[in-house]
Design a binder for this molecule. Structure first.
Ligand code: GDP
Length: 361
Protein backbone atom coordinates (compact mmCIF):
# COMPACT_ATOMS: atom_id res chain seq x y z
CA UNK A 1 0.00 0.00 0.00
CA UNK A 2 1.00 3.63 -0.42
CA UNK A 3 2.85 5.34 2.41
CA UNK A 4 3.45 8.86 3.64
CA UNK A 5 6.91 9.56 5.04
CA UNK A 6 7.04 11.91 8.02
CA UNK A 7 10.13 14.13 8.05
CA UNK A 8 11.23 17.22 9.92
CA UNK A 9 14.11 18.86 11.76
CA UNK A 10 15.00 17.53 15.22
CA UNK A 11 12.83 18.70 18.14
CA UNK A 12 9.83 19.82 16.08
CA UNK A 13 7.49 17.21 17.59
CA UNK A 14 7.76 14.36 15.09
CA UNK A 15 8.00 11.62 17.73
CA UNK A 16 5.18 13.14 19.72
CA UNK A 17 2.99 13.23 16.62
CA UNK A 18 4.03 9.77 15.54
CA UNK A 19 3.26 8.31 18.97
CA UNK A 20 -0.20 9.83 18.76
CA UNK A 21 -0.58 8.29 15.29
CA UNK A 22 0.39 4.83 16.48
CA UNK A 23 -2.00 5.05 19.43
CA UNK A 24 -4.67 5.57 16.81
CA UNK A 25 -3.39 2.56 14.92
CA UNK A 26 -6.46 0.87 13.44
CA UNK A 27 -4.43 -2.25 12.79
CA UNK A 28 -3.89 -2.59 16.52
CA UNK A 29 -7.60 -2.01 17.12
CA UNK A 30 -9.12 -4.09 14.31
CA UNK A 31 -6.56 -6.77 13.63
CA UNK A 32 -5.08 -7.76 17.00
CA UNK A 33 -2.86 -10.44 15.48
CA UNK A 34 -1.30 -8.31 12.75
CA UNK A 35 2.42 -7.63 12.93
CA UNK A 36 2.93 -3.95 13.52
CA UNK A 37 6.16 -2.38 12.39
CA UNK A 38 7.51 0.07 14.97
CA UNK A 39 8.03 2.86 12.46
CA UNK A 40 4.66 2.54 10.72
CA UNK A 41 1.39 4.03 11.93
CA UNK A 42 -1.78 2.85 10.20
CA UNK A 43 -4.48 5.45 10.72
CA UNK A 44 -8.16 5.21 9.85
CA UNK A 45 -9.57 7.83 7.51
CA UNK A 46 -12.60 9.21 9.32
CA UNK A 47 -15.74 8.95 7.20
CA UNK A 48 -19.09 9.84 8.75
CA UNK A 49 -20.87 8.04 5.90
CA UNK A 50 -19.81 4.66 7.28
CA UNK A 51 -21.78 5.18 10.49
CA UNK A 52 -24.89 6.08 8.48
CA UNK A 53 -24.45 3.05 6.23
CA UNK A 54 -24.07 0.81 9.27
CA UNK A 55 -27.45 2.11 10.49
CA UNK A 56 -29.14 1.46 7.14
CA UNK A 57 -27.74 -2.07 6.85
CA UNK A 58 -27.59 -2.94 10.54
CA UNK A 59 -23.87 -3.66 10.13
CA UNK A 60 -22.01 -5.04 13.12
CA UNK A 61 -18.83 -3.08 12.52
CA UNK A 62 -17.27 -0.28 10.56
CA UNK A 63 -14.03 -0.67 8.62
CA UNK A 64 -12.58 2.63 7.44
CA UNK A 65 -9.98 3.16 4.74
CA UNK A 66 -6.49 3.60 6.15
CA UNK A 67 -3.35 5.60 5.51
CA UNK A 68 0.15 4.37 6.39
CA UNK A 69 2.52 6.88 7.93
CA UNK A 70 6.21 6.04 8.16
CA UNK A 71 8.47 7.77 10.67
CA UNK A 72 11.62 8.78 8.77
CA UNK A 73 14.18 9.96 11.28
CA UNK A 74 17.32 11.80 10.56
CA UNK A 75 17.02 14.86 8.38
CA UNK A 76 19.88 17.23 9.11
CA UNK A 77 21.47 19.96 7.10
CA UNK A 78 23.87 18.16 4.75
CA UNK A 79 21.72 15.03 4.39
CA UNK A 80 22.07 15.30 0.62
CA UNK A 81 25.86 15.03 1.02
CA UNK A 82 25.33 11.56 2.41
CA UNK A 83 26.69 12.38 5.83
CA UNK A 84 25.84 10.09 8.72
CA UNK A 85 22.21 9.17 8.53
CA UNK A 86 21.84 11.16 5.32
CA UNK A 87 21.94 8.25 2.89
CA UNK A 88 19.52 6.12 4.83
CA UNK A 89 17.23 9.09 5.22
CA UNK A 90 17.11 9.72 1.48
CA UNK A 91 16.59 6.02 0.75
CA UNK A 92 13.61 5.97 3.13
CA UNK A 93 12.10 9.02 1.50
CA UNK A 94 12.55 7.47 -1.92
CA UNK A 95 10.37 4.56 -0.78
CA UNK A 96 7.56 6.83 0.42
CA UNK A 97 4.77 7.90 -1.90
CA UNK A 98 4.26 11.31 -0.31
CA UNK A 99 6.31 13.51 1.99
CA UNK A 100 4.80 15.00 5.13
CA UNK A 101 6.96 17.70 6.68
CA UNK A 102 6.45 18.49 10.34
CA UNK A 103 7.22 22.14 10.95
CA UNK A 104 7.65 23.70 14.36
CA UNK A 105 5.64 26.81 15.10
CA UNK A 106 5.19 26.31 18.86
CA UNK A 107 7.31 28.66 20.92
CA UNK A 108 8.22 26.76 24.14
CA UNK A 109 11.59 28.09 25.39
CA UNK A 110 12.31 24.82 27.13
CA UNK A 111 12.53 23.04 23.80
CA UNK A 112 15.71 23.93 21.94
CA UNK A 113 15.45 24.70 18.24
CA UNK A 114 18.36 23.32 16.20
CA UNK A 115 18.85 26.66 14.46
CA UNK A 116 18.29 28.73 17.59
CA UNK A 117 15.00 30.30 16.51
CA UNK A 118 11.47 29.24 15.64
CA UNK A 119 10.94 30.02 11.96
CA UNK A 120 8.62 27.86 9.89
CA UNK A 121 9.81 29.55 6.71
CA UNK A 122 13.48 28.80 7.25
CA UNK A 123 12.77 25.23 8.47
CA UNK A 124 10.78 24.52 5.31
CA UNK A 125 13.63 25.96 3.23
CA UNK A 126 16.19 23.79 5.04
CA UNK A 127 14.30 20.57 4.35
CA UNK A 128 13.22 21.47 0.82
CA UNK A 129 16.82 22.42 0.04
CA UNK A 130 18.16 19.02 1.10
CA UNK A 131 15.59 17.27 -1.06
CA UNK A 132 16.24 19.55 -4.03
CA UNK A 133 20.01 19.10 -3.70
CA UNK A 134 19.54 15.33 -3.68
CA UNK A 135 17.50 15.59 -6.90
CA UNK A 136 20.09 17.86 -8.50
CA UNK A 137 22.78 15.30 -7.68
CA UNK A 138 20.72 12.55 -9.28
CA UNK A 139 20.22 14.69 -12.37
CA UNK A 140 23.86 15.72 -12.66
CA UNK A 141 24.87 12.08 -12.49
CA UNK A 142 22.66 10.95 -15.39
CA UNK A 143 22.40 14.01 -17.61
CA UNK A 144 25.74 13.77 -19.51
CA UNK A 145 25.04 10.14 -20.41
CA UNK A 146 21.46 10.95 -21.41
CA UNK A 147 22.58 13.80 -23.66
CA UNK A 148 25.02 11.46 -25.43
CA UNK A 149 22.42 8.75 -25.84
CA UNK A 150 19.88 11.19 -27.23
CA UNK A 151 22.26 12.14 -30.06
CA UNK A 152 21.85 8.61 -31.40
CA UNK A 153 18.45 7.66 -30.07
CA UNK A 154 16.10 10.48 -31.00
CA UNK A 155 13.32 9.03 -28.85
CA UNK A 156 15.38 9.97 -25.78
CA UNK A 157 15.18 13.68 -26.63
CA UNK A 158 11.93 14.39 -24.76
CA UNK A 159 13.50 12.86 -21.67
CA UNK A 160 16.58 15.08 -21.98
CA UNK A 161 14.35 18.12 -22.36
CA UNK A 162 12.32 17.12 -19.29
CA UNK A 163 15.43 16.50 -17.20
CA UNK A 164 16.92 19.85 -18.25
CA UNK A 165 13.67 21.61 -17.35
CA UNK A 166 13.62 19.88 -13.97
CA UNK A 167 17.22 20.92 -13.37
CA UNK A 168 16.40 24.56 -14.10
CA UNK A 169 13.43 24.50 -11.72
CA UNK A 170 15.49 22.96 -8.92
CA UNK A 171 18.28 25.48 -9.47
CA UNK A 172 15.72 28.25 -9.03
CA UNK A 173 15.00 26.75 -5.61
CA UNK A 174 11.61 25.24 -6.37
CA UNK A 175 10.51 21.66 -5.80
CA UNK A 176 9.19 19.86 -8.87
CA UNK A 177 5.88 19.26 -7.09
CA UNK A 178 5.44 22.98 -6.46
CA UNK A 179 6.23 23.62 -10.14
CA UNK A 180 3.38 21.32 -11.19
CA UNK A 181 5.59 18.37 -12.15
CA UNK A 182 4.01 15.96 -9.71
CA UNK A 183 4.34 12.19 -9.78
CA UNK A 184 1.49 10.71 -11.79
CA UNK A 185 1.15 13.72 -14.10
CA UNK A 186 2.15 13.62 -17.75
CA UNK A 187 4.94 16.13 -17.16
CA UNK A 188 6.57 13.84 -14.60
CA UNK A 189 6.37 10.77 -16.84
CA UNK A 190 9.70 11.26 -18.71
CA UNK A 191 11.42 11.63 -15.30
CA UNK A 192 9.99 8.45 -13.85
CA UNK A 193 13.11 6.27 -13.98
CA UNK A 194 15.18 8.90 -12.12
CA UNK A 195 13.17 8.30 -8.92
CA UNK A 196 13.38 11.96 -7.95
CA UNK A 197 12.24 13.01 -4.49
CA UNK A 198 10.59 16.37 -5.11
CA UNK A 199 8.07 15.04 -7.66
CA UNK A 200 6.36 13.33 -4.73
CA UNK A 201 3.32 15.09 -3.31
CA UNK A 202 4.14 17.20 -0.26
CA UNK A 203 2.01 18.07 2.72
CA UNK A 204 2.92 20.18 5.71
CA UNK A 205 1.95 19.74 9.34
CA UNK A 206 2.46 22.87 11.43
CA UNK A 207 2.94 21.95 15.06
CA UNK A 208 1.45 25.07 16.61
CA UNK A 209 0.65 26.47 20.06
CA UNK A 210 -2.95 25.92 21.08
CA UNK A 211 -3.91 29.59 20.62
CA UNK A 212 -2.64 29.47 17.04
CA UNK A 213 -5.14 26.73 16.14
CA UNK A 214 -7.79 29.42 15.71
CA UNK A 215 -5.52 32.24 14.50
CA UNK A 216 -6.73 32.55 10.91
CA UNK A 217 -4.27 35.29 9.90
CA UNK A 218 -1.35 33.21 11.14
CA UNK A 219 -2.61 30.09 9.36
CA UNK A 220 -3.11 32.00 6.11
CA UNK A 221 0.53 33.13 6.27
CA UNK A 222 1.75 29.54 6.69
CA UNK A 223 -0.53 28.27 3.93
CA UNK A 224 0.99 30.81 1.57
CA UNK A 225 4.46 29.43 2.37
CA UNK A 226 3.60 25.93 1.19
CA UNK A 227 0.92 26.33 -1.52
CA UNK A 228 0.01 24.40 -3.66
CA UNK A 229 0.74 21.77 -1.01
CA UNK A 230 -1.80 21.34 1.80
CA UNK A 231 -1.17 22.71 5.29
CA UNK A 232 -2.52 21.10 8.47
CA UNK A 233 -2.41 22.79 11.86
CA UNK A 234 -2.29 20.81 15.05
CA UNK A 235 -0.66 20.68 18.46
CA UNK A 236 1.27 17.43 18.74
CA UNK A 237 1.13 17.31 22.53
CA UNK A 238 -2.63 17.84 22.49
CA UNK A 239 -2.97 15.10 19.85
CA UNK A 240 -1.04 12.72 22.07
CA UNK A 241 -3.42 13.53 24.95
CA UNK A 242 -6.49 13.14 22.72
CA UNK A 243 -5.34 9.71 21.57
CA UNK A 244 -5.53 8.52 25.20
CA UNK A 245 -9.11 9.67 25.76
CA UNK A 246 -12.48 8.09 24.97
CA UNK A 247 -14.18 9.80 22.04
CA UNK A 248 -16.64 11.97 24.01
CA UNK A 249 -13.96 13.30 26.33
CA UNK A 250 -11.64 13.93 23.39
CA UNK A 251 -14.37 16.00 21.71
CA UNK A 252 -14.89 18.00 24.90
CA UNK A 253 -11.18 18.75 25.13
CA UNK A 254 -11.11 19.73 21.46
CA UNK A 255 -13.94 22.18 21.96
CA UNK A 256 -11.93 24.01 24.62
CA UNK A 257 -9.45 24.91 21.87
CA UNK A 258 -12.09 25.68 19.24
CA UNK A 259 -11.74 22.46 17.24
CA UNK A 260 -14.29 19.87 16.10
CA UNK A 261 -12.09 16.97 15.15
CA UNK A 262 -8.60 15.82 16.12
CA UNK A 263 -5.76 17.11 13.94
CA UNK A 264 -4.85 13.48 13.25
CA UNK A 265 -8.24 12.93 11.62
CA UNK A 266 -7.64 15.90 9.34
CA UNK A 267 -4.14 14.65 8.65
CA UNK A 268 -5.43 11.20 7.69
CA UNK A 269 -8.07 12.64 5.38
CA UNK A 270 -5.76 15.14 3.68
CA UNK A 271 -2.95 12.56 3.48
CA UNK A 272 -5.28 10.07 1.81
CA UNK A 273 -6.31 12.61 -0.83
CA UNK A 274 -2.71 13.75 -1.30
CA UNK A 275 -1.79 10.18 -2.24
CA UNK A 276 -4.35 10.40 -5.05
CA UNK A 277 -6.67 7.91 -3.40
CA UNK A 278 -10.43 7.74 -3.03
CA UNK A 279 -12.90 5.27 -1.60
CA UNK A 280 -16.00 3.42 -2.54
CA UNK A 281 -18.35 1.86 -0.01
CA UNK A 282 -19.86 -1.56 0.60
CA UNK A 283 -22.27 -2.55 3.34
CA UNK A 284 -24.08 -5.56 4.69
CA UNK A 285 -25.07 -7.05 8.03
CA UNK A 286 -21.44 -7.89 8.86
CA UNK A 287 -19.70 -4.64 8.05
CA UNK A 288 -19.90 -1.20 6.50
CA UNK A 289 -16.63 -0.64 4.78
CA UNK A 290 -14.62 1.88 2.76
CA UNK A 291 -12.32 0.39 0.10
CA UNK A 292 -9.31 2.23 -1.21
CA UNK A 293 -8.84 2.81 -4.93
CA UNK A 294 -6.83 5.21 -7.05
CA UNK A 295 -8.72 8.20 -8.38
CA UNK A 296 -9.96 7.25 -11.84
CA UNK A 297 -10.21 3.52 -11.10
CA UNK A 298 -12.76 1.57 -13.15
CA UNK A 299 -15.39 -0.77 -11.70
CA UNK A 300 -13.38 -3.98 -12.35
CA UNK A 301 -10.28 -2.38 -10.79
CA UNK A 302 -12.36 -1.45 -7.77
CA UNK A 303 -13.71 -5.00 -7.55
CA UNK A 304 -10.14 -6.29 -7.64
CA UNK A 305 -9.39 -4.49 -4.38
CA UNK A 306 -11.80 -6.84 -2.60
CA UNK A 307 -10.52 -9.95 -4.35
CA UNK A 308 -8.56 -10.61 -7.57
CA UNK A 309 -11.30 -13.10 -8.60
CA UNK A 310 -13.83 -10.26 -8.46
CA UNK A 311 -11.81 -8.41 -11.06
CA UNK A 312 -11.32 -11.37 -13.38
CA UNK A 313 -14.92 -12.51 -13.13
CA UNK A 314 -16.41 -9.03 -13.15
CA UNK A 315 -19.83 -8.84 -14.81
CA UNK A 316 -21.28 -5.59 -13.56
CA UNK A 317 -21.60 -3.37 -10.54
CA UNK A 318 -24.83 -2.23 -8.95
CA UNK A 319 -24.11 1.31 -7.84
CA UNK A 320 -26.20 3.60 -5.64
CA UNK A 321 -24.80 6.97 -4.62
CA UNK A 322 -24.53 7.38 -0.87
CA UNK A 323 -26.86 10.39 -0.94
CA UNK A 324 -29.54 8.48 -2.89
CA UNK A 325 -29.25 5.54 -0.53
CA UNK A 326 -29.68 7.77 2.47
CA UNK A 327 -32.60 9.61 0.89
CA UNK A 328 -34.43 6.40 -0.04
CA UNK A 329 -33.49 4.59 3.16
CA UNK A 330 -32.76 1.12 1.76
CA UNK A 331 -31.44 -0.75 -1.27
CA UNK A 332 -34.87 -2.13 -2.33
CA UNK A 333 -36.40 1.35 -2.06
CA UNK A 334 -33.48 2.86 -4.02
CA UNK A 335 -34.07 0.22 -6.71
CA UNK A 336 -37.81 0.90 -6.74
CA UNK A 337 -37.13 4.61 -7.28
CA UNK A 338 -34.69 3.93 -10.11
CA UNK A 339 -31.68 5.11 -8.12
CA UNK A 340 -29.70 1.87 -8.51
CA UNK A 341 -27.54 1.84 -11.64
CA UNK A 342 -26.05 -1.19 -13.36
CA UNK A 343 -22.56 -0.21 -14.47
CA UNK A 344 -20.22 -2.12 -16.80
CA UNK A 345 -16.48 -2.60 -17.02
CA UNK A 346 -15.71 0.92 -18.29
CA UNK A 347 -17.44 2.69 -15.44
CA UNK A 348 -15.16 5.10 -13.56
CA UNK A 349 -15.85 4.95 -9.83
CA UNK A 350 -17.07 8.08 -8.06
CA UNK A 351 -16.53 9.10 -4.49
CA UNK A 352 -19.44 7.91 -2.36
CA UNK A 353 -20.53 5.07 -4.63
CA UNK A 354 -22.16 2.30 -2.61
CA UNK A 355 -21.49 -0.85 -4.59
CA UNK A 356 -22.43 -4.47 -4.97
CA UNK A 357 -20.46 -6.39 -7.56
CA UNK A 358 -21.85 -9.16 -9.77
CA UNK A 359 -19.21 -11.59 -10.88
CA UNK A 360 -18.49 -15.14 -12.12
CA UNK A 361 -16.11 -17.30 -10.19
P1 GDP B 1 11.29 15.25 17.32
O1 GDP B 1 12.76 15.38 17.61
O2 GDP B 1 10.89 16.07 16.13
O3 GDP B 1 10.82 13.85 17.25
O4 GDP B 1 10.55 15.99 18.55
P2 GDP B 1 9.83 15.37 19.83
O5 GDP B 1 8.50 14.84 19.51
O6 GDP B 1 10.78 14.49 20.55
O7 GDP B 1 9.62 16.71 20.65
C1 GDP B 1 10.71 17.49 21.10
C2 GDP B 1 10.31 18.20 22.36
O8 GDP B 1 9.27 19.13 22.05
C3 GDP B 1 9.74 17.27 23.43
O9 GDP B 1 10.17 17.75 24.67
C4 GDP B 1 8.23 17.45 23.27
O10 GDP B 1 7.56 17.23 24.48
C5 GDP B 1 8.12 18.90 22.85
N1 GDP B 1 6.93 19.14 22.04
C6 GDP B 1 6.44 18.40 21.01
N2 GDP B 1 5.31 18.94 20.53
C7 GDP B 1 5.09 20.05 21.25
C8 GDP B 1 4.06 21.03 21.25
O11 GDP B 1 3.12 20.98 20.44
N3 GDP B 1 4.18 22.04 22.15
C9 GDP B 1 5.21 22.12 23.04
N4 GDP B 1 5.24 23.13 23.91
N5 GDP B 1 6.16 21.19 23.10
C10 GDP B 1 6.12 20.17 22.22
Amino acid sequence: SLTIGIVGLPNVGKSTLFNALTKNDVLAANYPFATIEPNIGVVGVPDARLGRLAEVFGSQRIVPATVDFVDIAGIVRGASEGEGLGNKFLANIRESDAICQVIRAFKDENVVHVDGKVSPKSDIETIDTELMLADLQTIEKVLPRLVKEARIKKDKQPMVAAVEEAKAILEEGRTLYAAGIAHGTERAEPLRELHLLTVKPFLYVFNVDEDELTDEAFKEEQRALVAPAEAIFLNAKLEADLAELPEDEALELLETVGQHEPGLATLARVGFATLGLQTYLTAGPKEARAWTIKKGATAPEAAGVIHTDFRQGFIKAEVISFDDLLATGSVPEARAQGKARMEGKDYVMRDGDVVEFRFNV
